[in-house]
Ligand binder design. Structure first.
Ligand SMILES: [Zn+2]
Length: 500
């Protein structure tokens, strides 16, 4: 009994030490400003002293959502601080490790069209000392939200503005009055802060589109993108996917912790791509005009053309006024499937979940950015994925046991792209990277681990669900079992994961 008390108090000491260090970091990097009247040209953005007592936020015009957000980010746990949100925000801000402005807008009053347009300017040269033209994303007139509301958005600046390399814009309408207050369920409420995490990720590096896109829009001719769409730019899919992955990992880690504390497990929904793979759902791609006579370099972005050359059957259709084609997910080759933002999201999220670490992901991105490779319009997914494998190479499991974690990312990629990456050549084609590094010993994975462990486990699961090993079924337990075999999770934890 005594031992238990000692362990418990040690736990308390550790968490007390951890929490202040996270919010101290946040106070130095994430600087809140408030613009109370968007209609006044040149209205100065007021810097909000973070981490002070509540009453010093009095300039926020009693915007409950803003108080809550600032409390969660900057205060200690006893005073409304959210240690999980703080840990996530700190990890993400450490990618660039520079100051980011958090702009809070009072968007309860109607804003004139001209002012909305002026404030929507996102060119660094247009941002003045008052942050008057800072990123403000307007909602369109037909949106279910009030048309004058500010849609959450964010930007990263290659050249810093007053020492800031990024900013987020959040409106009162989004954070409090009309949305958060309506949501009683704590888990759903987390999604609002998940959106904050998503936008925070966008402040850390630029979206560098592939030069080969030419005049083709990153989203295709309709300029729009959907959750079930494969878009022309894989780099744009990457940018959204990495932001989604951090947001989802934050939301789910909350759920996970709550469940552990309450000693019961709520129903967990499949991430969409697992459901899609199981149901062999259709994904769509735009039929783009510029692709009817595409140059060699543009061709990689012309997905319907690539699929027809590979004789993958697709059905013609229309979405909005855009001509599209739809394809069964299992018939789409991995390199094209990675044009889906949701497939990339799942790969990054699964990586963080199985290694139980955001740090490995952050380090992988940092190395790509440090090599300056990220500013050269090369394929971000391939470069980051290679670094994810390298991050995993140095991973130690929670018991400090040796492990072969570097093989797990390969299995995750294979799982979410339909188990088609059967050799090193295919891996090279899908990632655009070479895999001859002797340290990595990739051949061992393809010659032994993949066929004898991963595929066998996939077939066993398929047998269990469909009564036939060749009638495939997907479940994250396949990856969990492989992670256990690689000793990424200590063996005793294998089988303790809930069946999803
Ligand atoms: Zn985004």
């Amino acid at each position: 009994m005594k031992t238990l008390v000692v362990i418990l108090s040690l736990g308390l000491i550790i968490s007390n030490v951890d929490a202040p260090s996270n919010n101290a970091y946040l106070k130095s990097k994430l600087i809140p400003f408030y613009i109370g009247n968007l209609n006044t040209a040149g209205e100065k953005a007021v810097r909000i002293p973070s981490g002070s007592a509540k009453h010093t936020f009095s300039r926020l015009d009693s915007n409950k959502g803003f108080y809550e957000l600032l409390d969660k980010l900057f205060r200690d746990q006893q005073n409304g601080g959210d240690t999980v949100l703080q840990a996530s925000a700190k990890e993400i801000l450490s990618i660039d490790n520079k100051m980011v402005a958090l702009m809070l807008y009072n968007d309860r009053r109607k804003i004139s069209e001209s002012i909305r347009n002026r404030r929507a300017g996102r060119n660094t040269a247009q941002i003045n000392a008052n942050w008057d033209n800072a990123c403000f994303c307007k909602t369109d007139a037909n949106h279910q939200w009030k048309q004058y509301a500010s849609w959450p958005c964010a930007d990263h600046y290659e050249t810093s503005v007053d020492g800031y390399t990024g900013m987020i814009g959040l409106g009162n309408y989004f954070l409090s009055q009309h949305e958060v207050d309506k949501v009683a369920n704590l888990h759903e409420k987390r999604h609002f802060y998940g959106t904050f995490i998503h936008e925070l990720t966008h402040t850390q590096f630029d979206l560098v589109l592939e030069a080969s896109l030419g005049n083709l829009s990153m989203y295709g001719d309709d300029g729009d993108h959907y959750v079930d769409e494969m878009i022309p730019s894989r780099n744009s899919a990457f940018n959204e996917a990495i932001a989604n992955a951090f947001a989802n990992f934050y939301i789910k880690s909350i759920t996970w912790w709550t469940e552990v504390n309450k000693n019961k497990f709520q129903e967990y929904k499949f991430p969409e791509p697992v459901k899609w793979l199981n149901e062999n759902s259709a994904l769509i791609a735009d039929v783009n005009a510029a692709c009817s006579n595409a140059s060699v370099s543009l061709k990689q972005h012309c997905l319907t053309q690539r699929l027809s050359e590979l004789r993958v059957a697709g059905a013609r259709g229309v979405r909005g006024s855009q001509a599209i084609k739809s394809y069964r997910i299992r018939s789409i080759p991995p390199s094209i499937l990675l044009h889906s933002e949701m497939i990339q999201t799942s790969i990054f999220e699964e990586y963080m979940r199985l290694f139980n670490s955001k740090t490995l992901m952050v380090k992988a991105i940092q190395r790509v950015l440090k090599n300056k490779a990220a500013s050269t319009s090369q394929d971000m997914f391939g470069m980051v994925f290679k670094e994810m494998v390298r991050s995993a190479q140095t991973y130690k499991n929670p018991s400090g046991d040796s492990n072969t974690g570097k093989y797990l990312p390969l299995a995750i990629l294979d799982f979410y792209t339909g188990f088609k990456i059967k050799d090193k050549e295919t891996l090279a084609l899908v990632t655009g990277q070479s895999w001859d590094d002797k340290d990595l010993k990739i051949d061992f994975y393809f010659e032994s681990l993949r066929p004898n462990r991963l595929i066998k486990s996939w077939e066993a699961y398929s047998q269990k669900v469909n009564g036939d090993p060749k009638n495939p079924a997907w479940n994250e337990s396949i990856l969990e079992e492989f992670a256990g075999f690689l000793n990424v999770v200590p063996n005793k934890r294998v089988g303790e994961f809930p069946v999803r």
